[in-house]
Design a protein around this ligand. Structure first.
Ligand code: HSE
Length: 436
């Protein structure tokens, strides 16, 4: 059978890894796919780099539009990243009747609804396994492996850079900026690393997970996003003393009122497997009504782990090239006309437990004031520690763990606590999940 011809857009970290894996494993890939898969045409900004990858018999261009408009190409693999021109290229490829594979989470989270509708109309596939958690096949697991279940919730460490930073801060007492620089050198971080540390990258991925888990349209703009830049070494140590780890978690949960969709630093009990996922590794914990909890773990970033997911998608597309579009696996797991209008909840309506760190004057009555305010909001305290003041310091740190409460009540309590003249700095609040 004629080989499938791939047009590759982008030869950076993931593009290079994809070329390498396709070449190294060509024989096994062909045995799996039923025919050979060849990179026929590639677009890159640096053609010298392309030659260094040994792409000798591949046509090369600096203009990605030439690839998507080339009649020889069956599958366009978009590895440029970012919103534009990726969106325009993908829509053009679809218009030209080509199947698309992409690792671009930003593109799918923001423009996926438009892209899938265009693909549906044209009868082509858009595959995006590499967009979430790098090499972990979480899209396939949710969309196919867990298709029998009502998914109740999913929680994931889905940004390798952020996890690497928190791990190094905890284990080696390293400074935030210093670790971020290393993540950039290792090729883990996004082009704009604020996407990693402010939770935007994780929010892109969580938006995709939620849509596939619950059959709702992609709604990135409804995702609550909080980064890790305000987490101090003191918080990391306090959490450890209380038996918790701080992880930058994406959490999505289906409740009767709607879907929770939130990314924020989170205390989780250290006995949970996911609390022990360290460094650049990712993990996603999924609770299904039939299967119970399942955990997916692996490399969430890097050239070959991400290429593993990209190439698997190319193989999937190759296998189904002749299948009737109506009978392919739907893009968002549920049939396109069966998506639900269940609302995504605002943070005010979300219920979690909390870790609070207060900087207070070491004076009688402070704790009484704080517990009265919490009591007034119906917030129950689970644990409380008052730290010894530093030598010569007049302020003390008070650490509180609370039971679960609605976020709007906690906001009111924090506002009242911060208004006390004995409280000397904004309250640090980190949400907690038992993930039980
Ligand atoms: N910047 C991302 C991360 C790369 O650190 O997880 C993979 O999406």
């Amino acid at each position: 059978m004629k080989p499938v011809k791939v047009g590759l857009l982008g030869l950076g970290t993931v593009g290079g890894g994809t070329a390498t894996v396709l070449k190294r494993n060509a024989e096994e890939i062909a045995r799996r796919a039923g025919r050979a898969i060849e990179i026929d045409y590639a677009a890159a900004l640096d053609l010298e780099l392309a030659r260094e990858l040994g792409l000798n018999d591949v046509r090369l261009t600096e203009d990605a539009f030439e690839v998507v408009n080339d009649p020889e190409i069956d599958v366009v693999v978009e590895l440029i990243g970012g919103y534009e021109p990726a969106r325009e290229l993908v829509l053009m490829a679809i218009k030209n009747g080509k199947h698309v594979v992409t690792a671009n989470k930003a593109l799918i989270a923001l423009h996926g609804n438009e892209i899938f509708a265009a693909a549906q109309e044209k009868g082509v596939m858009v595959a995006f396994e590499a967009a979430v958690a790098g090499g972990i096949p979480i899209i396939k697991a949710l969309r196919e492996g867990l298709a029998a279940n009502r998914i109740e919730w999913a929680a994931g460490i889905i940004n390798g850079t952020g996890n690497f930073i928190l791990t190094e801060m905890r284990d080696k007492g390293r400074d935030f900026r210093d670790v971020l620089k290393e993540a950039q050198l290792l090729g883990y971080a996004e082009a704009d690393p604020t996407f990693d540390v402010e939770g935007i990258d994780a929010a892109h991925k969580l938006t995709i997970i939620a849509s596939i888990a619950f059959g709702i349209p992609l709604q990135f703009d409804r995702c609550y996003t909080e980064g890790i830049t305000h987490i101090t070494r003191e918080d990391v140590t306090n959490a450890a003393e209380l038996g918790y780890r701080i992880k930058h978690l994406g959490v999505t949960r289906k409740t009767e009122q709607g879907v929770e969709l939130r990314v924020h630093p989170t205390l989780i009990p250290e006995r949970r497997l996911i609390a022990n996922v360290d460094g650049v590794m990712n993990a996603v914990l999924v609770q299904g009504d039939a299967v119970g909890p399942t955990l997916y773990y692996g490399a969430g970033a890097g050239a070959e782990p991400t290429a593993s997911a990209v190439v698997a998608d190319i193989i999937d597309v190759t296998r189904t090239l002749t299948a009737d579009p109506e009978n392919r696996v739907p893009h968002l797991a549920f049939q396109a006309d069966q998506l639900s209008d269940l609302p995504v909840l605002g943070m005010d309506d979300v219920e979690t437990a909390y870790y609070l760190r207060l900087q207070a004057k070491d004076r009688p009555g402070v704790l009484a004031d704080v517990s009265r305010i919490l009591g007034d909001q119906g917030i129950s305290i689970e644990a409380l520690i008052q730290k010894e003041p530093e030598e010569g310091a007049s302020n003390v740190s008070i650490i509180l763990l609370t039971h679960r409460v609605q976020e709007q009540r906690m906001n009111q309590a924090i506002q009242a606590i911060e208004a006390l003249d004995t409280i000397k700095a904004p309250v640090t609040r980190i949400r907690m999940e038992t993930l039980g």
